[in-house]
Design a protein around this ligand. Sequence first.
Ligand SMILES: NC(=O)c1ccc[n+]([C@@H]2O[C@H](COP(=O)([O-])OP(=O)(O)OC[C@H]3O[C@@H](n4cnc5c(N)ncnc54)[C@H](OP(=O)(O)O)[C@@H]3O)[C@@H](O)[C@H]2O)c1
Length: 211
Amino acid sequence: MNIAFLGYGQVGAPLADHLQRLGHQVTLAANDPRSERLKTALAKNPNLDVAAPREAVRQAEVVFLATPFQANQAAIEAVADEMRGKILIDCTNPVGANLSHGLNSLESGSELIQRMAPEAKVVKAFTIYGFENFEDTSYPGYNVKPVMMYCGNDMDAKKVVGELIAQLGWSPLDVGGLEQALHLEHMTLLWVRMVRVMGQSPHMVWAMLRR
Ligand SMILES: NC(=O)c1ccc[n+]([C@@H]2O[C@H](COP(=O)([O-])OP(=O)(O)OC[C@H]3O[C@@H](n4cnc5c(N)ncnc54)[C@H](OP(=O)(O)O)[C@@H]3O)[C@@H](O)[C@H]2O)c1
């Protein structure tokens, strides 16, 4: 697939790297060609393409949004006229003071993003764990794969995202429509508090058992 990344820091860079190595055409949407994060991502994987944001999004079928939450509006506005019909994977989390929900739990960040990009098909994914798990998605010693929960309103878009999640080594778990994003964002806060505050391993992930 042709995939663009808005943001290629701790989250975007490892996902872009893995997806390129899986055979996808991956383009980093570069605002600033002097960005240190851009240089770091390219040093790790020189086969990543680089283009100006509008050009990167124009040629993409799937766009990852992996920017700081406060930068989402500017990042989306810059490419808004290229977003029609694109799958927009929201990897961002609204985080407020003292690890609270950044929108006071009144709505999810993903629903806000869907309003910013009304013609895109927003799917929330790659948010419920820290970046360490995007660098390395292997969990040796287990016979189940960790889940990657995702949600969105467009079933075709979710099918594509579910396939990308599986290719990256996770067990995709569709948790419903975009209204579920608020609950995923709270799951993120749960993980962040357990790991970054309480000292659990940053490689702690969730699995689903059924019977
Ligand atoms: N860190 C985690 O463990 C983690 C896990 C899951 C989800 N998240 C979420 O993922 C998002 C990214 O986090 P991160 O840790 O990867 O951040 P990061 O390392 O600081 O990287 C942010 C990226 O966004 C780019 N950016 C900033 N402002 C922009 C704008 N206006 N337009 C376009 N690009 C812009 C930066 O570009 P430059 O390089 O040019 O500055 C950089 O590539 C956040 O919303 C965070 O909540 C983080």
